[in-house]
Design a protein around this ligand. Structure first.
Ligand code: 4AD
Ligand code: MG
Length: 459
């Protein structure tokens, strides 16, 4: 069996080829019919010509849109426009039929409609391309870090810690919710649980990642993370994939450098390895996308402190819905102003007010800010969030106390500051947000196979 992707690049005619795939369309003539067969290996479908002479011609009535087929034949130059090659079938076999209820037709369906049939949408050109690019992007991420000798660490999915302290946790429990064991005070007694204490789906692999960075040097994680935030935006999902490098003997400046190099490198790799699929997005999804990506990979990102960013926003004269003043979180409208209107390029904002950030970030000498950074990109906003971590024992303890975090629960994390502590830093990149940026696809639900957002877990 040959992949259509390989046949499309064939240097010459081939005598006996076998392809297997799904019928996109069928066009009938008196004595023959055409099939467009797609096997998922590339954007293009293979045109197959089935004449009366082909084996199986007589029984092929039910080869309709959506059916799966096996075709043997000769690869020959195509007379039709739009393709180099076609297959003259020697035999055609119906593997599995699709009845008339098959919901994908030749016309363009809306992304909203296709979300309702998420199990079939990878059989469309657009979603086939998205998920091939998703795979190549994951590969690019691994090669970037592996080439730099970072080690890939698998951090736990079920955990007792709340890295971001934002209280957006999905509880994981084996207790019967109708009849849970109670402690002396009448509260649910999680000690009776399989894990012996409250456990959750991880919001970030960072804390565990730090323990491995302070042993192996440079590491990265790449796995699913979960946030039970009730946001109904096009950029938030309850389950998303995060890439989290963590580097020992590293400060915020080097962390920002790595984030920028990383984003540029994986975009360039994908532009090379997915040029055919990406052309679909350049031509039909966002006409400015190609230019934007080329610009992003070839120019330095802008770097500004949070304080400078606030000054720029205040000086903009814009009437933002969310008021800007030093100390507030930057909202998406602010991030968009900075990247799309003011700088017109990706922007790394660093040194945020400490009140806005989690307990683990390193205090700056000014007493007001922490060594945090976010990378913002046009059209999306934040794709990377990172920081230098507080490596000084007493300062970390003070931060934990200020955030109401018990040293007892995080004793292992505190230990890292007791035994051979080092300056270290890292960041988290939202994999789906990067994929949105690369494809120009506007909704996060369309770049993850089965989106988990409030109210949606049907598949
Ligand atoms: O900024 P965040 O919350 O940072 C962390 O979790 C750190 N522990 C990372 C680290 O330093 N190792 O999340 C990191 C990135 C965001 O910049 C965003 O791209 C993505 O994860 N992200 C989401 N993506 C989709 N849906 C959500 N609900 C997301 N929340 C965060
Ligand atoms: Mg963040």
């Amino acid at each position: 069996r040959l992949l259509i992707a390989d046949l499309m690049r064939s240097q010459g005619e081939l005598d006996s080829v076998l392809i297997q795939g799904w019928v996109r369309t069928r066009r009938d003539s008196k004595t023959f019919f055409f099939l467009e067969v797609n096997d998922g290996s590339c954007l293009k479908s293979m045109q197959v010509v089935v004449t009366e002479k082909a084996e199986g011609y007589g029984t092929s009535k039910s080869i309709t849109t959506g059916a799966s087929v096996s075709v043997k034949g000769r690869l020959v130059p195509s007379q039709g426009k739009g393709q180099m090659w076609e297959i003259q079938a020697d035999s055609v076999e119906l593997v599995g039929e699709a009845d008339e209820s098959f919901p994908l037709q030749k016309k363009r369906h809306s992304n909203e409609y296709l979300r309702e049939i998420a199990h079939l949408r990878p059989r469309t050109n657009l979603f086939g391309a998205i998920f091939r690019i998703r795979s190549k992007l994951a590969y690019a991420i691994h090669s970037f870090f592996q080439e730099k000798q970072f080690f890939y660490v698998h951090t736990p999915i079920v955990t007792a810690s709340d890295c971001e302290g934002a209280g957006e946790l999905f509880r994981v429990s084996t207790l019967d919710p109708k009849n849970p064991p109670l402690d002396e005070e009448g509260n649910i007694d999680y000690k009776e649980d399989f894990f012996g204490r409250s456990t959750y789906l991880t919001v970030s692999g960072q804390l565990e990642g730090e323990t491995y960075a302070t042993a192996l040097g440079n590491i990265y994680t790449f796995g699913p993370t979960f946030r039970a935030e009730n946001s109904h935006t096009s950029r938030h999902a309850s389950e998303f994939w995060m890439v989290e490098p963590e580097m020992a003997f590293c400060d915020l400046a080097a962390d920002m450098d790595l984030a920028e190099e990383f984003v540029k490198s994986v975009i360039s790799q994908v532009m090379e390895s997915c040029s055919d699929d990406l052309a679909l997005f350049f031509n039909f999804v966002d006409k400015e996308l190609k230019e934007r990506l080329e610009f992003v990979i070839s120019r330095p990102f802008k770097r500004v402190s949070y304080t400078e960013a606030v000054d720029i926003l205040l000086a903009s004269g814009k009437d933002f819905d969310n008021k800007v003043e030093w100390g507030v979180n930057l909202q998406s409208e602010h991030e968009r102003y900075l990247t799309e209107e003011h700088f017109k390029c990706p922007v790394t904002v660093y040194d945020y007010p400490k009140e806005l950030k989690p307990f683990y970030m390193r205090a700056n000498d000014d007493g007001k800010t922490v060594a945090a950074m976010d990378v913002l990109v046009p059209g999306i906003g934040e794709i990377v969030g990172g920081s230098q971590r507080e490596e000084r024992l007493e300062l970390l303890k003070a931060n934990m106390a200020a955030h109401g975090i018990s040293e007892k629960d995080y004793w292992w994390y505190v230990d890292l500051r007791r035994y051979g502590t080092v300056p270290h830093a890292g960041f988290g990149l939202g994999f789906e947000r990067l994929l949105m940026f690369i494809t120009g696809v506007a909704n996060i639900r369309d770049v993850i196979p089965y989106p988990r957002v409030p109210g949606h877990a049907e598949f």
